[in-house]
Design a protein around this ligand. Structure first.
Ligand code: UD2
Length: 310
């Protein structure tokens, strides 16, 4: 079948494209290459066709969606910091883009849209582990854009019978995650620093925890969300399902790469969430999703991939 992946040249999107191509799909990628990279699509070969353009432009999305049965909407300005600096512009991409994708999917009579939501919508809700019906507490333009997008996604299923599913990603890590900014995922930064022989910095005491999930599990959740019947209109947490502190994370990475016995410690980040942990029962019951890659194994695989790429 023909599948559209917006943001398909990015970290999560390109890993998804590889899996779709491997199962025999014909993939159209729409990506503005603002953070995505052409080389992320090299492994997919000519079964993935890249259209360079923005989801913020309806006509571009419509042209990309032509003939597609299934749409994965992974494109977004993924930096929370960037949405704080430029909320008007990022709203056009992150919220406007979602509406364009839904409307284009409807126009081409696609069967289903799977949307990349975010754990950011929970904010600092303390009811851990977080269930999907926990109260949203958005604390950034990014979280608002993702939450409002989810509402569009849900209502488009109710109004038009377009099948839609939202996956709320927790802290995703793996190959192709870009360590380039201070707001990049902590694991990508730590691996980059350690492989360069530098000492990473933990903000705060390192006892904060995250629910890290390896990208291949996120990809599998997406494949399931594209095919499983009876889940239209639903929202699912996608996470590893367990807590890892930053101190533990550092210990795991040090055992794989080596490096200083102690990381540097610096003042905690303003607005940092102390603990984030998902309840993933709904994804198990609804999609048959279970994480398959424990954090330690994911870290080892990531380090191997980064070493091979250098
Ligand atoms: C994640 C998401 C973000 C948003 C947010 C919602 C990523 C990359 N970001 O932010 O988009 O959804 O969740 O809550 O998935 N840290 C260090 N040293 C570093 C970098 C980070 O100690 O060099 C700490 C940071 O202060 C935090 C933890 O590592 O306590 C995780 O940071 P992150 O930026 O990877 O992800 P997070 O959870 O803040």
């Amino acid at each position: 079948m023909r599948v559209l992946v917006t943001g398909g040249a990015g970290f999560i999107g390109s890993n998804l494209v590889d899996a779709l191509v491997a199962r025999g799909d014909e993939v159209v990628v729409l990506d503005d290459l603002s953070t995505g990279k052409r080389e992320n699509l090299e492994a997919a070969g000519d079964r993935a066709r890249l259209i360079v353009g923005s989801v913020a432009d309806y006509d571009t999305v419509l042209a990309a969606a032509e003939g597609c049965e299934l749409v994965y909407h992974e494109a977004a300005v993924a930096s929370v910091q960037r949405t704080v600096e430029a909320p008007v512009e990022t709203n056009q991409v992150n919220l406007g883009g979602t509406l364009n994708v839904l409307e284009a999917a409807r126009a081409v009579k696609a069967r289903r849209v799977v949307f990349a939501g975010s754990a950011a919508t929970y904010g600092d809700n303390p009811d851990l582990p977080l269930r999907e019906d926990a109260k949203p507490r958005p604390q950034s333009p990014y979280a608002i854009e993702k939450l409002a997008s989810e509402q569009y996604v849900k209502v488009w299923a109710d109004l038009y019978g377009l099948e839609t599913v939202t996956l709320r990603y927790f802290n995703v890590f793996g190959p192709r995650q870009d360590p380039g900014s201070p707001y990049s995922g902590v694991i990508s930064i730590f691996v980059d620093r350690l492989l360069r022989g530098q000492v990473p910095t933990i903000f705060g005491d390192g006892e904060q925890t995250r629910d890290f999930v390896f990208v291949s599990d996120v990809v599998r959740a997406n494949l399931l969300a594209g095919t499983v019947d009876g889940v239209s209109g639903r929202v699912f947490n996608i996470a590893g399902g367990g807590p890892t502190s930053l101190n533990q994370l550092y210990g795991h990475l040090r055992s794989v790469i080596g490096g200083a016995e102690r990381p540097n410690y610096a003042e905690a980040r303003a607005g940092d969430i102390r603990h984030s942990l998902a309840n993933i029962d709904a994804a198990h019951e609804g999609l048959g999703y279970r994480p398959g890659v424990p954090v330690a194994e994911g870290l080892a695989r990531l380090v191997e991939a980064v070493r091979a790429a250098r």
